[in-house]
Structure formats: structure tokens, C-alpha cells
Design a protein around this ligand. Structure first.
Ligand code: GDP
Ligand code: IMO
Ligand code: MG
Length: 423
């Protein structure tokens, strides 16, 4: 068996949580491979709504193993809070969650450094979620980090003290008030809680599952345009959000990666700073935010909104080798008289279909207009019942990208999902 991958093709918040929850019905194993509590993955079923940050989105399915891979960074406090909430409603998290010993830990100092460096950047700040993601990956690649497996070693407290000292020293460059000890007792309490979980050699574990012919689905966090290498640098996150991250973040060889499904919204959103060529700072943009309830699942920040950007989408499809597309939230466009898609960019008078290296360049999107469908799609359950104008929109995207849209999501609930025929 191979590991199938589901990941976001835009700037995050495409609806990964919802779709992974839907697909988890067919996968006994769900694995997160990168990111951390900067993610907010929403799920909705039986009139209940949940937001997961560190926990894979298969956790509500009985008999599903949920693996947090080595590529993930874990804040023990956030993880404990998430788990306790789920335990309260009877989800047996300790049975369902497995954590790689090679996943790195977010320390209190990482969050402080995140906040201090954002403050120092002033107007050019990234708009980080302030969860300590960047500084934790910096310590990982700088070979200073602390991993989950370290909590079982006798010198764990010493390792913590060494890294804390480094953080205090690093923070001297900033004019920033902080108390690094404020959350320390809670952090260690959460470490004790973490010890009650199955801490595994994730790479052996997953490869063994594959050799037993178990289907594994890797769940991406963030989106391809926030990737550390291929995103709109420096306005990105600090992990490999693209398909290659599933290999390094789980210990699965590239040839054991199977089907790659790419998720995109029928329009675009972005939270935080950075280029957004099709952004709409007008009433249409406000309508997208209002109808799509576009407010961050982790930070509550209003999301920036705009039309679908095919140039950026094609780029993400190329980088990830996407086999199937999954289109989300077209129902948000239901009342629009016309809907637009950017098919190219005009930069300094030249027309291009490529993302420029210099993402600050003055990009003027070239739009193709589509007649709106003006129908409530949220209650449609069969492909045959989808309106002609909407299918026109769908077929145009498929043809331009050359990849089929296999799933169409028309509402936040599990049930509002149309899985299309193979044809
Ligand atoms: P993720 O980070 O990719 O998991 O996405 P988020 O959960 O951050 O944001 C997606 C938001 O859209 C959540 O509030 C979902 O409940 C909601 N959502 C998901 N799919 C659909 C859909 O097809 N239609 C509508 N209207 N909302 C959706
Ligand atoms: P999910 O998994 C949307 C954005 C932040 C900021 C940049 C860097 O829910 O799709 P970080 O805290 O990672 O250093 O922030 O990345 N960002 C996200 N935007 N969805 C996410 O996750 C995001 N995770 C990070 O807003 O611009
Ligand atoms: Mg999200």
C-alpha cells in the first residue's frame, strides 16, 4: 500500500479538516505530517462543530488510528487542552492518537520569540499565528530542538534548561517584555499528560502498516502557497506544506506516496500578510467574507478574500503532482450575479501564466467572467442536480488545470459533500 495525501493548494483554510473527516471513513489511519497548532481544521457533523489544531482529523471515527508525524511541532499545553475537550465528550483520544518520538516540542520560549520577532518587524510582520512555529523549526534545523522522545530521558529537565537559556540569550536583541516562566509549570504538567499517549517510532510504525496493506491518509496543514520553499516567501510558514513534506514528515519514501488530492476553495482567502494578487478590497470581498464566514479558526482574524486564482492554483498542482482536485465552498458564491477567475497576470505590461519570483511585482490579474448560478447549492446532494452555470465553472477549471475535480463540497457539514463518479 501507499500513503495517499490530502493537502491545501492555496493559503490554508481550504477545508482540509472537513474533507479528511469525510475520507477517514475509508482510511483506518490518518497522519499529520507538518505544521502544528498554527493549523485550525474545522469539522461538522450531527449539528456539532469542532476545531482541531494538532490532532489529526480522523479522531472522531471509531477504529481510526491518528498519527502525529515527526514533521509536526507540538505545543504540549495546546495538545492537552485539545485532548481534554475531546475526552469530555467521550472521544477516547489516548486510544486513537499515536505520536512520533521525533516530533519537536514547542517550548514557552518559542512563543515569546515568535511574538518578539513579529513586533520587531513592525509593518513588514508575517502575521504569524504566534504559536511559536517559526522559532521551533529554527531550533530543529539549527539542531538545538527538543523532541517528544526526549521527555522519556533522565536528563530531559537539563535539556529544557539549556534551550531555555538559549532563548533568554536570543531575546536580548529585542526590546520586548516577557516572563518565560509564566507557563512553565503548566508546560511540565502537559508533558506528564503527553507521556500517557503512545509515543512511537513513527517511520517504522507507518511503513509496517503499509506492508500490512493498511490504507494511510496523510493530512496536510496550511497550504502550498505558505510552503517554506515554494510559498510567497517570506510571508510563509516554516514547514514543507507541499507533498514532499509527507515523505519527510512521516518517514515514507517518495515511491510509497500514492494518490495526491489537492483541496481548493472556489475563491481565495488568505490570513496574515503577504501578496494576494486577486484580493478584493470592496463589497464583493466583504460578501465573500460574510457568506463564507471567513474568520480564522485559530486566531479569529478576518480572512482576506478574493477571486479564484488559476495561475497560483496551477503552480500548486505542479509542485504537488496533484491527481485529484477537491473543490470547497462554491455555495458561498450562490447569490453572485457573476463570478470571476483569474486566468493570467499582467505584470509591467506583459501577460504571463507563471507566478513571478518577485511576488511584490505589480500584478494585475486578467479575469474570465462567468454567469452566476443563483441557486442554493447547499442542499444539492446529487451531481445531476447541480445547475448548468455552476457545472460550466467546474468544467472550465478542470479543463484549464487538466486534473479532475473528484469531490465538490457545498457546506461545512460532513453530509454536504458530493463525491463524483470516476468518469
Ligand atoms: P482547514 O484549515 O483547511 O481545515 O479549513 P478551516 O477549518 O480553517 O476553514 C474552512 C471553513 O469553511 C470552516 O469554517 C468549515 O466549517 C467551512 N467549510 C468547509 N467546507 C465548506 C463548504 O463546502 N461550504 C461552506 N459554506 N463552508 C465550508
Ligand atoms: P490551516 O492548517 C491559514 C499563516 C499565518 C501567517 C503565516 C505564518 O488551518 O490551513 P505561522 O504561525 O505558521 O508562523 O504563520 O502562515 N498560517 C495559516 N493561514 N491557515 C493555516 O493553517 C495557517 N497556518 C499558518 O496567518 O500568515
Ligand atoms: Mg484552518
Amino acid at each position: 500500500m501507499k500513503v495517499d495525501v490530502v493537502l491545501g493548494l492555496q493559503w490554508g483554510d481550504e477545508g482540509k479538516g472537513k474533507i479528511v473527516d469525510v475520507l477517514a471513513n475509508n482510511y483506518p489511519v490518518i497522519a499529520r505530517f507538518q505544521g502544528g497548532p498554527n493549523a485550525g481544521h474545522s469539522l461538522q457533523f450531527e449539528d456539532k462543530k469542532f476545531v482541531l489544531h494538532t490532532i489529526p482529523s480522523g479522531v472522531f471515527r471509531k477504529n481510526t488510528q491518528n498519527i502525529i508525524g515527526n514533521g509536526v511541532v507540538i505545543d504540549p499545553i495546546i495538545f492537552m487542552e485539545e485532548c481534554l475537550k475531546l475526552e469530555e465528550i467521550g472521544v477516547p483520544v489516548r486510544e486513537r492518537i499515536y505520536i512520533s518520538k521525533k516530533a519537536h516540542l514547542i517550548l514557552p520560549g518559542h512563543k515569546i520569540i515568535d511574538a518578539a520577532s513579529e513586533q520587531a518587524k513592525g509593518a513588514s510582520k508575517i502575521g504569524s499565528t504566534l504559536k511559536g512555529i517559526g522559532p521551533t523549526y529554527m531550533d530543529k534545523t539549527g539542531r538545538n530542538g527538543i523532541r517528544v522522545g526526549d521527555i522519556l530521558t533522565p536528563d530531559f529537565h537539563d535539556r529544557f534548561s539549556v534551550l531555555k537559556k538559549k532563548h533568554i540569550s536570543f531575546l536580548k536583541q529585542f526590546d520586548y517584555q516577557y516572563n518565560i516562566e509564566e507557563n512553565e509549570a503548566k508546560w511540565f504538567e502537559a508533558i506528564e499528560y503527553l507521556k500517557e499517549f503512545k509515543l512511537i517510532d513513527g517511520e517504522y510504525y507507518i511503513n509496517n502498516l503499509l506492508s500490512e496493506n493498511k490504507r494511510v491518509l496523510a493530512e496536510g496543514a496550511q497550504g502550498s502557497l505558505l510552503d517554506i520553499d515554494f510559498g510567497s516567501y517570506p510571508f510563509v510558514t516554516s514547514s514543507t506544506t507541499t507533498c514532499a513534506g509527507a515523505s519527510t514528515g512521516l518517514g515514507v519514501a517518495p515511491r510509497h506516496i500514492g494518490t495526491v488530492s489537492g483541496i481548493f476553495k472556489a475563491y481565495c482567502t488568505r490570513v496574515g500578510s503577504g501578496p494576494f494578487p486577486t484580493e478584493l478590497n470592496d463589497r464583493t470581498g466583504e460578501m465573500l467574507r460574510e457568506f463564507g464566514a471567513e474568520f480564522g479558526a485559530t486566531t479569529g482574524r478576518p480572512r482576506r478574500t478574493g477571486w479564484l486564482d488559476l495561475v497560483a492554483l496551477k503552480y500548486a498542482v505542479m509542485i504537488n503532482g496533484v491527481d485529484n482536485l477537491i473543490m470547497m465552498k462554491a455555495d458561498v458564491l450562490d447569490t453572485f450575479d457573476k463570478v470571476c477567475i483569474a486566468v493570467a497576470y499582467k505584470i509591467n505590461g506583459e501577460i504571463t501564466e507563471s507566478l513571478p519570483y518577485d511576488t511584490y511585482a505589480q500584478i494585475e490579474p486578467i479575469y474570465k467572467e462567468f454567469k452566476g448560478w443563483k441557486r442554493d447549492l447547499s442542499k444539492v446532494t446529487k451531481e445531476e442536480d447541480l445547475p448548468f452555470e455552476f457545472m460550466n465553472y467546474v468544467r472550465f477549471i478542470e479543463k484549464e488545470i487538466g486534473v479532475p475535480i473528484r469531490i465538490i463540497s457545498l457546506g461545512p457539514d460532513r453530509s454536504q459533500t458530493i463525491i463524483r463518479n470516476e468518469e
